[in-house]
Design a protein around this ligand. Structure first.
Ligand code: GAL
Length: 456
């Protein structure tokens, strides 16, 4: 079936952008007084956990090249730019003295965006915790609620006159799950004794961050972002259905429901019950905050089957290779309907505010050419996923915007530089940028060009 994508059908107020993060792009990891982050230390001391043994000491050198990257955004016709602030660049020890050079740097970035007519969407925390705080327990220490509150206030005081779109946390499930349960992301901690307190403190920080921003700037648009995957059982057997339900609870509900005032979904995930031991009187209401928007970050779906051998969950994922379906460099199935399904699932909660897709995109190996990067797979992925926005919008779901992950090819955490997600190729040696075909198409599309696509 052919489908017409006409951007004007999504409404005049629908916004388009790209997303990035500080650690994955900035480099300059010790420049101008920046403190160490847990990722600086993790990539140094646990190098074997990074697929290509790389680090983000230089990354895309965005710290020095932000003008070029923002200019290219402008030239391409992309009006909204989501990026994050590095906590240890602003507060090298996490608390205490402010690094004025770090503040100056973000002022330059924000001012440059505004001068180019690009709206900054700022994430306060995209995983690069100050190492000094990790030494005091990091996310497992309840004091992080105060540390974080202080950081949020410092950021607002410095940038709040110009930044009007904020996101408090980026994907808490990923940084807590991968960093404090599986140990595959910084700081590399494992087990329930780290996981449960880290979940609870991240929830408290998310709500507290929202409250602080709202109090300081009632006019600002305040959100927070969640990773999510559409979950389906492998077979319709009771066991697989139950396994899928548990994975859905783990991946899609743990952080969203307490924010909405529903508490933790412990009934559907028993091992979560012990989280009570980290809760204090009054926490139930402290965990909730009415955000202006929820950022959905979706890339794929997961197919789940029962497994006796997986502790806590008794569930495992069935890989796309096994199912013989197309997948990306991340081993994630290409399944555009997942985006629609997640919008629908999130919208089914009462009181869900506006939804922005704050990340969606694909890692594919690019054709090797110095000037002409004809990345048709990525372009097609974007078109098929954007088609799902039209579907969701037509059914009345409150989707207000879409951000592609990501602008420049960058440091993809434990996967190093292997997966290429960018709309812009970044040559790691020369730092030369080349706009890919997908980026060219995206820019033209959002400026009003109507596109016809063939749906799978
Ligand atoms: C998200 C994360 C980004 C980026 C992306 C692609 O989980 O927020 O930093 O890595 O996935 O994997």
């Amino acid at each position: 079936m052919n489908r017409i994508l006409d951007p004007s059908l999504l409404g005049d107020d629908f916004i388009w952008g790209v997303s990035s993060s500080a650690y994955q792009t900035e480099g300059a990891h010790l420049t101008d007084g920046k403190g160490l982050s847990i990722w600086d230390v993790f990539t140094e001391t646990q190098q074997r956990k990074i697929k290509d043994r790389s680090s983000a000491v230089i990354a895309c050198d965005f710290y020095n090249r932000y003008e070029e990257d923002i200019r290219l955004l402008k030239q391409t016709g992309i009006p909204h730019f989501r990026f994050s602030l590095s906590w240890p660049r602003i507060l090298p020890q996490g608390t205490g003295d402010i690094n004025t050079k770090g503040i100056d740097y973000y002022n330059r970035v924000i001012d440059y965006c505004l001068a180019q007519g690009i709206t900054p969407w700022v994430t306060l925390y995209h995983w690069d915790l100050p190492y000094a705080l990790e030494q005091q327990g990091g996310w497992t220490n309840r004091a992080i609620v105060e540390w974080f509150a202080h950081y949020v206030q410092v950021c607002w005081k410095a940038f709040g006159d110009r930044v009007k779109h904020w996101m408090v946390l980026n994907e808490p499930m990923v940084f807590v799950g991968a960093g404090y349960f599986l140990g595959v992301h910084a700081p590399g901690r494992m087990g329930m004794k780290n996981f449960l307190p880290a979940i609870h403190h991240a929830v408290l920080c998310m709500a507290e961050g929202g409250r602080i921003l709202r109090r300081l700037d009632p006019e600002a648009t305040i959100g927070t972002t969640f990773s999510c995957s559409y979950i389906e059982p492998y077979r319709s057997s009771e066991r697989d259905v139950r396994a899928a339900q548990k994975v859905d609870t783990l991946l899609n509900r743990i952080f969203l429901e307490p924010i909405l005032g529903l508490g933790y979904p412990t009934a559907d995930l028993k091992p979560l019950q012990d989280i009570k031991s980290y809760m204090k009187p009054g926490d139930e209401s402290r965990m909730a905050f009415p955000f202006d928007f929820i950022g959905i970050q979706n890339y794929t779906r997961e197919i789940v089957r029962h497994s006796w051998w997986t502790p806590y969950l008794q569930a495992k994922l069935v890989s796309p290779a096994h199912r013989k379906v197309p997948y990306t460099q991340m081993n994630w199935e290409v399944f555009p309907d997942a985006l629609y399904e997640m919008i629908k699932q999130f919208s089914s909660y009462k009181g869900i505010p506006d939804i922005y897709i704050t990340e969606n995109g694909a890692a594919f190996e690019d054709p090797d050419h110095p000037e002409l990067i004809l990345d048709y797979h990525r372009k097609e992925y974007l078109q098929q996923h954007i088609a799902q926005l039209f579907r969701a919008k037509a059914e009345g779901f409150p989707v207000k915007g879409y951000f592609v992950w990501t602008w420049t090819d960058n440091f993809e955490w434990a996967e190093g530089y292997i997966p290429k997600f960018g709309l812009v190729k970044t040559d790691r040696k020369t730092q030369k940028r080349v706009l890919k075909e997908s980026g060219r198409w995206y820019g033209e599309f959002i400026q009003g060009e109507i596109t016809e696509i063939t749906e799978p």
